[in-house]
Write a protein that binds this ligand. Structure first.
Ligand code: PLP
Length: 666
């Protein structure tokens, strides 16, 4: 069973079964080239003509032209090239064509990038101007009025991909009524969701992508108004009546045709009212899961299929991770920027505060959604809220999760903050605290009922809370060490007054070089740096000395080699290094796994490293990054049977886990 709830429809959709059938047919018995004049070709052409006619009816193409292409990015290039070539010719003839290329501040990057590219390539020197939007994400029509007189080309969108906000196309058209500017409207997110009657408007160019509405990737359309200038982007055999050369993507066209047929005939896709009901249900569950949630776009101005929100105190990465653990696929801002947690330029343009723009999550679905899917999505959203709450990340309530006791690593961008916590006295020392971690650490300590014993730093001049060099934290000693050039390190271990090298279990070393530490710690002491070195969170002097000799080619397991390992080593442990809230959100499955979040790895290391014989440890996480760090860390520290599940749970088929304590497995 596919257990995935896909709520990223604005990035792409699955392919409609009827569209898959149509594509298979076009690749099988109807494989002809529509330019061939024999029977096989004629059948292919008839199919293509039928799809074009259907699209023409649905989009109100009228006397305009509609060509098939690879998708909206190509359509945007073609439209921009067409407009700019024409503007160049008219300007050369002495016509006053305007000086500005105006584009909405929230346009998909394909638009401003194409404008800048072709403007530069054609040596035109038009000025690119961003048209501001208001707090609701709608174009500032007053600003457009100001710009319209000098605009050569205006580019706006029908609906925004991040927020779903629908543009006031009628309002923009009214402003442009007497303007000479050409007008491009990116209709990608509008297909099948907005009623479009293109030839009844003054829109000159409208690009579409099939994959945003259940057709495959690689098929799109471009509408060009009758009389609007046109220059082909691709020249060759003269296909598409010379508008776009290259043998047509017939499988894509057939599939798109099946989607358009479903749209035209009705019955397949949900109505606007039903979609609004789904959004209301999702919003309600989100509010229950995250009572402080804020929605970043007004529902009455947005497509009912997009929800964009931020939750105070939670990053988009945390939200994405917890949703992914519950097999709910959402994205941060737009898919293109999902890998980096950069603020959303769309929300920035709307003037939203930085925290909302950098922590936004987009949940989007298509009109094929159904009640059962939405109900399941709602249940999982609430499960995610509960998971974050139980991990103490969501509210001021006390966390019911495991104790904080021991050494904890909090990381952001490869920089580590270390916490030494003593559960008995509820005291904690923070080492190399980063500003962006302040809120997280304060909240963590508050919710677990801890007091801060000291905030230490390995840089010169760090304050120290007691007389002498030794601070007692629970049953352990934390000893300050002044290194060369005033840099500091902190040693942690069991001792009476001072720590001898063999007593030092951990050394928090900042950026200190290993040779500076050799007098103070043992070769096995776990060195905890402030910065990730060679992709490992912890190291030791012995590991550093042997770094060049290590070859860990067999560390990576795929699903098949994992099964083989588990068969040959029934005592192998599966170790889930995702954070506790991700583990709590996931739907339990059959495999037993122990929970050691990467942030708690350092705490677990001494136990593992001192156990003989070694038990094979197979680390896994969402995508394989964190587990690779954990396995590498152990291998470097001399633990030869540490492995990582390559590609993580995302690539492993049928890998449901239930979390058990170590004792249950031993
Ligand atoms: N315009 C908008 C509004 C989009 O959402 C997208 C895709 O996300 C594009 C253009 C580019 O479409 P494609 O990547 O299919 O060419």
């Amino acid at each position: 069973m596919n257990n995935e709830i896909y709520l990223d429809g604005n990035a792409t959709t699955c392919v409609l079964p009827a569209a898959i059938d149509a594509a298979v047919q076009a690749m099988g018995e109807r494989f002809g080239n529509p330019s061939s004049t024999h029977g096989t070709g004629l059948k292919a052409r008839a199919m293509m003509d039928e799809v074009r006619q259907r699209a023409t009816r649905l989009l109100g193409v009228g006397t305009g032209r509609l060509m098939f292409n690879s998708g909206a990015t190509e359509g945007i290039q073609t439209a921009v090239l067409s407009a700019l070539v024409s503007l160049r010719e008219r300007r050369a003839r002495g016509e006053a064509v305007g000086t500005l290329l105006v584009y909405g501040a929230t346009e998909h990057k394909a638009v401003p990038e194409a404008l800048a590219h072709w403007n530069r390539l054609l040596g035109l020197d038009f000025e690119l101007v961003k048209l501001p939007v208001d707090g609701e994400g709608r174009h500032d029509l007053e600003a457009l009025r100001e710009l319209a007189r000098d605009a050569a080309l205006v580019c706006t969108m029908a609906a925004n991909n991040e927020t779903g906000v629908m543009s006031d196309l009628a309002g923009i058209e009214a402003v442009l009524k007497y303007a000479k500017a050409l007008w491009l409207v990116d209709c990608v997110q509008g297909l099948g969701k907005l009623a479009l009657n293109l030839s009844a408007t003054r829109i000159d160019y409208a690009p579409f992508s099939g994959h945003k509405l259940y057709a495959p990737k690689g098929i799109g359309m471009l509408y060009v108004r009758e009389g609007a200038p046109f220059t082909p982007l691709i020249m060759g055999g003269g296909q598409e009546t010379g508008l776009r050369s290259g043998t047509e993507n017939m499988a894509g066209i057939a599939a798109l045709g099946a989607v358009l047929a479903a749209l035209e005939q009705g019955g397949t896709f949900r109505t606007h009212g039903e979609l609004q009901g789904y959004r209301a249900a999702l919003a309600e569950s989100l509010r229950r899961a995250f009572p402080d949630i804020v929605f970043n776009a007004p529902f009455d101005k947005a497509l009912p299929t997009t929800l964009n929100f931020s939750v105070p105190g939670l990053s988009s990465k945390e939200l994405l991770d917890v949703f992914d653990a519950a097999n709910v696929r959402v994205s941060a801002g737009s898919a293109c920027s999902a890998a980096k947690a950069a603020p959303s330029y769309v929300l920035d343009a709307m003037g939203l505060p930085e925290w909302r723009s950098s922590s936004a999550v987009r949940m989007s679905f298509g009109p094929l959604a159904d009640e059962a899917m939405i109900d399941e999505a709602c249940a999982r959203i609430e499960r995610c809220g509960q998971a974050l709450r139980s991990a103490g990340l969501l509210s001021e309530e006390h966390a019911d999760a495991q104790a904080l006791d021991g050494v904890l690593q909090l990381s952001a961008g490869g920089v580590h903050t270390w916490l030494v916590c003593d559960e008995a006295s509820r005291r904690c020392v923070v080492i190399d605290h980063q500003d962006e971690m302040s809120e997280r650490i304060d909240g963590l300590l508050r919710r677990h009922g801890y007091t801060l014993a000291a905030r230490l730093c390995t840089r010169e001049g760090s304050s120290w809370p007691v007389d002498g060099d030794v601070l007692r934290i629970g049953g352990q000693l934390l000893q300050r060490l002044v290194l060369n050039a005033g840099q500091l390190a902190y040693l942690l271990g069991d001792g009476v007054d001072r720590l001898s090298a063999s007593e030092v279990a951990y050394a928090f070393t900042g950026d200190a070089a290993s040779h500076e530490l050799a007098r103070w710690v043992s070769p096995e002491t776990l060195l905890c740096p402030a910065r990730e070195a060679q992709n490992a969170c912890c190291t030791s002097l012995r590991a550093e000395a042997q770094l060049a000799r290590g070859s860990y080619a067999d560390m990576q397991l795929d699903s098949a080699s994992l099964e083989a390992l588990l068969l040959s080593h029934p005592n192998a442990l599966l170790v889930d290094v995702r954070e506790r809230y991700e583990q709590a959100a996931c739907i339990p499955g059959g495999r037993a796994a122990v929970s050691v979040p990467l942030s708690r790895l350092a705490d677990e290391l001494p136990g593992w490293l001192s156990t003989q014989p070694q038990v094979p440890l197979v680390f896994f996480c969402r995508s394989g990054n964190r587990s690779a760090k954990a396995a590498l860390c152990l291998r470097r520290l001399g633990y030869a049977s540490a492995y990582t599940l390559n590609g993580g749970l995302a690539l492993a088929a049928d890998f449901g886990v239930r979390h058990v304590s170590l004792h249950e497995l031993m």
